[in-house]
Design a protein around this ligand. Sequence first.
Ligand SMILES: [Zn+2]
Length: 249
Amino acid sequence: MKINAIQTCLIAVAVLALAACTGKTTNKGNALQSGDSLPADKGHILTREEQARLTPDQVLAEFKAGNQRYSSTDLTVRYHTRAIRETATGGQFPKAVVLSCLDSRVPVEDVFDQGLGDVFVGRVAGNFVNDDLLGSLEFACKVAGAKLVVVMGHQHCGAIKGAIDDVHLGHMTRMLENIKPAVKMSTDYKGEKSSKNEEYVRLVCKNNVKNTLKQIRSRSAILREMEQKGQIKIAGAFYILRNGTLEFL
Ligand SMILES: [Zn+2]
């Protein structure tokens, strides 16, 4: 009996050690009890002091590392139920704001392996800016302290294809006008300028991200000044659906 008890104990210790090493827990291990403290990196909501200590370069490096975890299917296990309760008590101090397309295949928080309270997300088909989105980005950085702005386009974007094809349909007609400058920026492309040509669609998508970055810097004095003072970084990225990786532009 004693030997069995020791063996059971050793197996339990080995399982715990393995979980600690990999940063993963079993389903059973996820069941936190009332009053348990949250592991610091798996459900903790960033505080004002922690946000203030971060530099824009650190946040960008962390987001790149987070995308590596995401694309290698090593996403952090998070305890959202507990985190939800934490968010109700201490305000929000996110590290970054991401302007993404509407696309359902681009889960923004997961793409950067971030949790509740870590990132503001603005979404519009074609990830362009207008006054409302610029105001949202300014709020995220100037008022709420975010250190990084990421404009993220993606592969196989329907909005980009719609702009290339000059689609006229309801409110989409006006919306797609915001993407047309990127089509113009791509006129030097030598191959087939069609929404069926993936290489061309990719070029227009990247030019659209570059145009959005330009619009942010030229139209928002607040963000331009914050970037010049090194208080924030503004970056563009292209998301590849096939493997979940990002190409920073
Ligand atoms: Zn899209």
